[in-house]
Write a protein that binds this ligand. Structure first.
Ligand SMILES: O=C(O)CCC(=O)C(=O)O
Length: 322
């Protein structure tokens, strides 16, 4: 693919086992004019390298992230069909996942369990942590290539079955997951998205089958694109897993993953997937003012633990015609 050149910026490529991150440092001046002039170059760089970090982006307000995301990525999305806690900051700009600072967030492609996954995700670092808190990336095509062929074949043939139990006080409630208090709306959304539902009073169980591997609509690259390793009960720390299984039973876990035909994915298979991600993960330190933009199909992202205060906000986009 031909890379469109940037104007008014220095670029530098970081690479690790097939994962790329292009650092772009604008020369300064009017940041909106720079993003507008370089929108095509940024899109081309995301197709080529999957992840682009604009250092010292010139953004000073959270709301500006939505403007940049629209200029570069297209229509900004609401965070619907949620799987993690996030809060709206302003408009369609949200906090990144609000997990305790001493925990990592494993690599994942945003909303891969949903049909409405974003094409691009834009992260703006409004405040860098004292230590840690990187948002690592791992190339989804490199991950696919590195996984054992038999495992990929099984996942590709069967797909992934995501199961969820929404209840208040353990994981997300259905009201938070679907951003509505209206059971009728949730029913029609789920029917429309091929999500099976089962109500038990105010507890909602859902099941949805989704592919494990996709082809990128523009580059054609085949990518590992699922959240089986995030949803699977084996991904939880042992004490949490044992506790949850005792309280909820396997059928009532806040979330879990199986092969698409309902057969179990083993803990060893999940460990293999997590190991392959780990080896291909590139973590660029944040400085306040940096902006990371990713192609959500071509790369996963996660979060490293951190100390001190940290604020990273997110905007997600979809291109109309892809
Ligand atoms: O806070 C971050 O850097 C990213 C968190 C994350 O993985 C997410 O919000 O999906």
């Amino acid at each position: 693919m031909n890379t469109t050149p940037f104007t008014g910026a220095d670029t530098e490529l970081a690479e690790l086992d097939g994962t790329h991150l292009l650092r772009v440092t604008p020369e300064g001046g009017d940041h909106r004019a720079w993003f507008t002039a370089n929108a095509e170059a940024l899109r081309a760089a995301m197709y080529e390298h999957a992840a682009v970090m604009v250092k010292a982006s010139g953004l000073t307000e959270d709301a500006q992230l939505a403007q940049i995301a629209e200029t570069v990525g297209g229509r900004t999305l609401e965070y619907n069909e949620r799987s993690t806690p996030r809060s709206r900051v302003t408009g369609k700009v949200y906090t990144s996942t609000e997990y305790p600072k001493d925990q990592s967030i494993p690599q994942h492609n945003e909303s891969a369990y949903s049909r409405n996954w974003p094409h691009n995700v834009f992260f703006y670092c409004a405040l860098a942590a004292a230590t840690g808190g990187e948002t690592p990336v791992a190339d989804s095509a490199a991950v696919l290539e590195a996984l054992p062929a038999q495992l990929v074949r099984r996942f590709e043939e069967k797909g992934v079955l995501y199961t969820r139990t929404y209840r208040t006080g353990m994981g997300l409630s259905w009201q938070e997951g679907f951003q509505s208090d209206d059971k009728g709306y949730v029913e029609s959304y789920c029917a429309d998205q091929d999500i099976e539902t089962e109500w038990d009073g105010d507890v909602l169980r859902t099941r949805q089958r989704r592919p494990a591997v996709l082809a990128h609509p523009v580059t054609g690259r085949r990518v590992w694109f699922n959240q089986a390793h995030l949803f699977h009960v084996a991904a939880l720390p042992e004490a949490v897993r044992e506790g949850l299984l005792e309280i909820c039973g396997e059928d009532g876990l806040p979330r879990n993953a199986y092969y698409g035909d309902g057969t179990p994915i083993t803990a060893d298979e999940i460990a293999t997937v997590l190991g392959v991600y780990e080896e291909r993960t590139l973590a660029e330190p944040w400085r306040t003012g940096d902006l990371l933009m990713i192609d959500n199909l071509l790369t996963s992202h996660g979060r490293r633990p951190f100390t001190g205060d940290r604020k990273v906000v997110v905007a997600m986009t979809r291109r109309e015609a892809a």
